[in-house]
Ligand binder design. Structure first.
Ligand SMILES: Cc1ncc(C[n+]2csc(CCOP(=O)(O)OP(=O)(O)O)c2C)c(N)n1
Length: 579
């Protein structure tokens, strides 16, 4: 039977198991939206901005592991998705973004609301398609989902001219796709895996760095087994949080620019790094030449192009993290056992000493609200069983440092691009997928204003997301750099008088607004918010002077950390940036 392009699109999405898509209408996608009006099996969540739609699809994908889907119109609708697409691309998030396009005969004519979105997004998509013929549509959609979700996941864009959606073709749903030039390697090379296990057996100070690849390949169980049978401690990149339980005794928490003292010390002292599903981002390595000077490096990753991109690697293993670790665990089980713990004793003792020497800390006795206190309270009250989304800045770093992520897919944060305005729409996507879970966006007063309009999406769809604003009346993270490296010249980071009344904003959107200005109010506000089955904004008026520590200045080696005590002890001495 012949169907229109719009019908084929919706049918194909259903075949892919899509239940929800996030979007915003416009002229060239009206045919599709018209069909969605009566659609029973597919629900379109209308956001208030296309950027919101894409971040929501992204949050949905991070929380579920499924492909997130967004549908928007051409021109400005399409260009509004770019930040969301780039955010997903940097963090390897599977997503399909469908953009409307002017009719094929007008493409290239500067037609009304035309934008070359395929050209614009080429550098920030895993792949993108312009569909020119309705008879290619079903296969294109199948291919798009396949590319988005396999290998190293990423966003795929399908640009759909209006005439393609209105013309007709037979609907053939392909059983499978085979793309000749696209063949990700899943099985790690056996020889390399055996070599790796020999290297691990010999190492005296081995350390695992777990990245987001552990989560996208669903390998947390395998990683835990690997760490436990080898006794090797684990540190995580920001994207890897939740890939290994944060409260496990082998966990060193996060490494890098705002990583723990003990994780960064361990990296620099280690003789073998086992890097799993991570890409050696500069926030992790600090000064490359000084990174892990004594360590051999084993790098396991599904993406061969990320191996040796930033650091030297002694043993690469290209493959799916879950499959590689499964084989590795078998090999190790058979080869090495008891003597390992013995060899590692000195190493584990050293790490424990570092943990004692400088645990994560802040001024717990302060009367004012410390942001870290709010995060610790959230952790305590939720028993670590919430999904946490964040905005970007100090709020994000405190949320990474002071909440213990024990399970994968409970931490949604823009790691690679660092996109302010990500958190609220991402939380909405996660809440839609898990209506009964507590989903909290930890926000800064600057970032939340970038997509605050999505509160309307939460309210109308009865998605009870909670927003905890750590309100310091500053673009805090930038202010922190100005304070440390620009002689406290707060150029354009003070929001002060213009920070809106967030309680009133919440109320204006028919959500609930709560405020805490004293430490004693933090817990009651959190408890009240968590008990309300509606969207709530919590405005925590925090100590604006608070900074994120430890901190590795940009360009320094990762064990050249600045600590809070130094600031407290020597306020007169300004810490200098390292070029
Ligand atoms: C879209 C976007 N613009 C600018 C930046 C640069 N930036 C990084 S952190 C930050 C300040 C964030 O301020 P706020 O949201 O108030 O959070 P805080 O650091 O105070 O917790 C800025 C401007 C960014 N990451 N994203």
């Amino acid at each position: 039977m012949k169907m229109t392009g719009s019908e084929i699109l919706l049918e194909s999405l259903k075949k892919e198991g899509v239940k929800h898509l996030f979007g915003y209408p416009g002229g060239v996608v009206l045919n599709i939206f018209d069909l969605l009006h009566d659609e029973k099996d597919l629900q379109l969540i209308l956001t208030r901005h296309e950027q919101g739609a894409v971040h929501s699809a992204d949050g949905y994908a991070r929380a579920t592991g499924k492909v997130g889907v967004a549908l928007v119109t051409s021109g400005p609708g399409a260009t509004n998705t770019v930040t969301g697409i780039a955010t997903a691309a940097m963090d390897s998030i599977p997503m399909v973004v469908i953009t409307g396009q002017v009719p094929t005969m007008l493409i290239g004519n500067d037609a009304f609301q035309e934008a070359d979105i395929v050209g614009i997004t080429r550098p920030c998509t895993k792949y993108n398609f312009l569909v020119k013929n309705v008879s290619d549509l079903a296969l294109t959609i199948k291919e798009a989902f396949h590319i988005a979700s396999t290998g190293r996941p990423g966003p795929v864009l399908i640009d759909l001219p209006k005439d393609v959606t209105t013309s007709k073709a037979e609907f053939h749903w392909p059983d499978q796709v085979k793309i000749r030039s696209y063949n990700p390697t899943y099985e790690g090379n056996k020889y390399m895996i055996t070599q790796a296990s020999h290297m691990i057996a010999k190492a005296k100070k081995p350390l695992i760095i777990a990245g987001g690849g552990v989560i996208s390949s669903d390998a947390s169980k395998e990683l835990r087994e690997f760490a436990e049978i080898t006794g090797v401690p684990v540190t995580m990149t920001m994207m890897g949080l939740g890939g290994f339980p944060g409260s496990h005794k082998l966990s060193l928490g996060m490494l890098g620019m705002h990583g723990t003292y003990y994780a960064n010390k361990a990296v620099q002292d280690s003789d073998l790094l086992i890097a799993i599903g991570m890409r050696f981002d500069d926030r992790v390595t600090g000064k490359i030449d000084a990174f892990a000077p004594n360590a051999k490096i084993i790098h396991i990753d599904i993406d061969p192009t990320s191996i040796r991109k930033n650091v030297r690697v002694d043993l690469p293993i290209v493959g799916d993290v879950k499959r590689v670790l499964t084989v590795m665990n078998k090999v190790i089980h058979d080869e090495v056992k008891e003597q390992w713990a013995e060899v590692r004793k000195a190493w584990t003792k050293q790490i424990d000493a570092w943990k004692k020497e400088r645990p994560m800390s802040y001024d717990r006795d302060a009367d004012v609200i410390k942001p870290q206190y709010v995060i610790e309270k959230i952790n305590e009250l939720t028993k670590g069983d919430a999904i946490i989304a964040t905005e970007v800045g100090q709020n994000q770093m405190w949320a990474a440092q002071f909440y213990k992520y024990d399970k994968p897919r409970t931490w949604l944060s823009s790691g690679g691009l660092g996109t302010m305005g990500y958190g609220l729409p991402a939380a909405i996507g996660a809440q839609l997928a898990f209506p009964n879970k507590l989903v909290i966006d930890i926000a800064g007063d600057g970032s939340i204003q970038m997509n605050i309009q999505e509160l309307a999406t939460a309210v109308i769809n009865k998605l009870p997301v909670k927003v905890a604003i750590l309100n310091n009346r500053f673009l805090g993270m930038v202010r922190q750099w100005q304070e440390l490296f620009f002689q406290e010249r707060y150029s354009h980071t003070k929001l002060d008088e213009t920070v809106p009344d967030f309680v009133k904003i919440a109320e204006a959107y028919s959500a609930v607004g709560l405020r805490a200005t004293k430490k004693s109010e933090v817990e009651p506000v959190l408890k009240e918010a968590f008990a309300i089955k509606r969207p709530v904004i919590m405005d925590f008026v925090i100590d604006w002077t608070e900074k994120v520590y430890p901190m590795v200045p940009a360009g320094a080696a990762i064990d050249q950390m600045l600590f809070r005590e130094e600031e407290v002890k020597k306020p007169e001495k300004k810490l200098k940036a390292v070029k």
